[in-house]
Design a protein around this ligand. Sequence first.
Ligand code: PEP
Length: 261
Amino acid sequence: MGKKLIIANWKMNLTVNEASLYVHKLDKLAGKLKHTEVVLAPTMLALQPLNMQVQHHHFNLAAQNFYWRDRGAYTGEVSAAQLRGVVQYGLVGHSERRHIFAERSKDIRSKVQAAVRNNIVPVLCIGETAQERADKETSDVIRDQLVGGLANITSVEVGQIVIAYEPVWSIGTGKFASPRDVERAVKYIRRQIEHLFGKVAAENVRVLYGGSVNLDNAMSYLQTAGVNGLLIGESSLDVYAFAGIIKKCEDMSSLPVKRGK
Ligand code: PEP
């Protein structure tokens, strides 16, 4: 069993100084990690200064966003090529990018491809809105977002990426999906990946849950079959809560695996 992956998405919060202080505190609180890979997605401004600091503390970094062209006349944009070597991961298709900034499927698949081309692991975020859930369209939405997002990469590359199942209605709302719903969605995601890219890709791809995860509910998702980790927004802003979730993950992963008869 691989390490659990826990990603903190700070969104447009924390200054560069606050981010640096957070990393110092997190290092002290979390201690040495054996079973958990921790990834921080700060403001773009903090990526370069944090790059040195996190190497020392063994955390990884993610970009919250980037543009898919490598260079050129794209005022205000930062490319995956420019982020190469600074971050290990890049969020793509987060619901706030899809809904507030109107990112479409073709932007998302170009970003997934740009990340892969630049040695950055894309974290493709997918999930249904409340209306789509009420209309029983969750599976269709998941399938469409997978097909749309992964169209430009190979099955070997798909096996190396991360998919975050984040129902839109659960992001930043305090309403979280039940572990049963998450298990069902994650199974469906792997079935679709198998159908589109084969068994090996489906086994290798890491799938996270995100949506109002907190210190109280984190364990239930970490113990859900098929879930390789968490993508956490609001609760990751509180370094004590985030360190608490990491600690629970470490404690859970260090227990001996129970074998059935
Ligand atoms: C997110 O932004 O990806 C997220 C899951 O946010 P929150 O944990 O605040 O719901």
